[in-house]
Design a protein around this ligand. Sequence first.
Ligand SMILES: Cc1ncc(COP(=O)(O)O)c(C=O)c1O
Length: 491
Amino acid sequence: MTDRQFGLPDSGRPAEELLAELRALTAADLPTRGGRTTAYTYDAGRPGVRAAAEGAYLAMLEVNGLDPTAFPSIVALERQVVGAVAARLGGDERTPGIFTSGGTESILLAVKAARDARPEVAEPEIVVPATAHAAFFKAGAYLKVKVVAVPVDPETFRAVPEAMAAACTDRTVLVVASAPSYAHGVVDPVAAIAAAAAGRGLPCHVDACVGGWLLPWLAEAGAQVPPFDLSVPGVTSLSCDLHKFGYAPKGASVLLFRDQALRLAAYFACAQWPGYPVVNSTVQSSKGAGPLAGAWATLQALGADGYRELGRAALDATRWLVAGVGAIDGLRVLGTPDATLVAIGTDGEDPPDLWELADESRGRGFFLQPQLSVAGLPASLHVTLTGVSGEGVDGLLAVLRDSVAAVRARGPVAPPAELLALLGQLDFTTLDDAAFAALLPAAGLDLSPGAGTRMAGVNRLLDGLPPQLRDRLATRFLSALYSPYLGAPGA
Ligand SMILES: Cc1ncc(COP(=O)(O)O)c(C=O)c1O
């Protein structure tokens, strides 16, 4: 570690030097363009669109989204962005919405709105399918709302409307459906779930964070897309991230409401302090307008035709991948994806170890995101296919075939029974970050320089632990990662 990495320099450094340092740092990151990182990143593959977004982002860099009366430009842009999303997703120009920093913030605000719209419920609950995004559990934890996770159909991975309805009680303030779920890419039966919720006078939120700006274009390309948006009776709010299939720079999501009363319940105001009166539509108060401008510019630069083409390309790539995975001995696609997100699981008599498979594939140039087993659902590797993924599908299938062969050749790997038992008994409260970091090599995590990025040991360990213990371990890992006890993975 050099002083420079930790200290403020005595004199300012030139911009070129700083940018060179950033380039060097990001060289160890997963690539953000080209479709070989099959999660986290969404590349439209169009330099002109990127340039428009970058330019707009920088043009609004210093505008503060805190005060729309001081900076009316943000109102004009937000109205346009929300209006464009609403018009495509079953609303119209009067549909109330909020531009947020991402899916998690949209979901937090949807849950807050539902909770605050029912102040008489002392111990509020939300009913979600077990496949709902972790953001609902985060919202529950932050907002003190109990999350009732209802098992999904184990074959289709879709929510079961009858089971969702049966889980509703007098304490329920919101019912949730995903369109699609992130893990398996399947759309829940939104119409039936929303109808049952409405029958009990309950609001229904559709988490279309990943699919909201994808499914309409897939439908236009001929895919069977079940109804999921605000046009469905009973759907009262919907989240749609533009920093996913909107291909906008990160920090861009839209939360739509069927009516104004619900949007008002998402807002926050405070004039009970001696400073400026605060009124916020989002969790953040001061915030850059760059993400809003970047999203606006991306929508304008791509236009409906651009999204249509990207949607068609992503759909073709997905069909190709699904057929190809089905033909690889030992692998299968979980469920029947409705979108361009695919969960690859194992099957057969000699299933390859998924975690080794992820490491092998990463070593061969494709990052596949590990998804742990939970709620009776099997573990899998996640692939999100975007408009640029098509070029890489042949390569990905070849990598999967070679990786399965390599993993099988090494033989089965037993779960670390002793370590699992030890972790179950460990009192995490007595461990400091340094002591925790010292345990990691035993768990198979070698973060020393040049050790590479093999995560199989850690994934296998986590998969063997109960979810609460996984969460505790993961937070300790994060804490140690930001303390000086660990290097950066892959550094
Ligand atoms: C269905 C769904 N909901 C919510 C989120 C959370 O979004 P974010 O990471 O932007 O907070 C995601 C992210 O992948 C998602 O796929």
